[in-house]
Design a protein around this ligand. Structure first.
Ligand code: ZN
Length: 88
C-alpha cells in the first residue's frame, strides 16, 4: 500500500489517501497518526446502493468547485461533533 497526501496543495495536512501499489485503486483515507479509516464512496467506486452520506466533509473552496447544494451539511473538515480518538 502506498500513501499520498489527501490534498496535493497541502502535503503537510493530516490526511493521506492509501492506494494499492499494484493497480492504483483507492483503498481508504487515513490520518497520518493512523487514528481513523475513511471510506469515500464516490472516490472508491462503490455501487449506488451504498448508503447515502449524511454530510460533505473536507470541502475546500480553494479548489474552485461549486459548493454542494444537495441540502446535506457542508464542512471544511469532519463534522464538528466528531472527536478525534487519542493516538494509542
Ligand atoms: Zn490493486
Amino acid at each position: 500500500m502506498k500513501r499520498v497526501p489527501f490534498n496535493a496543495q497541502n502535503p503537510n495536512g493530516p490526511l493521506e489517501i492509501c492506494l494499492c501499489t499494484d493497480c492504483g485503486a483507492v483503498l481508504m483515507l487515513d490520518d497520518k497518526q493512523h487514528r481513523i479509516r475513511v471510506a469515500v464512496p464516490n472516490v472508491m467506486g462503490y455501487h449506488d446502493s451504498f448508503p447515502a452520506p449524511s454530510y460533505h466533509a473536507f470541502w475546500d473552496e480553494t479548489k474552485g468547485y461549486a459548493k454542494p447544494s444537495d441540502s446535506r451539511p457542508v464542512f471544511g473538515g469532519l463534522q464538528p461533533s466528531f472527536v478525534w480518538p487519542a493516538n494509542a
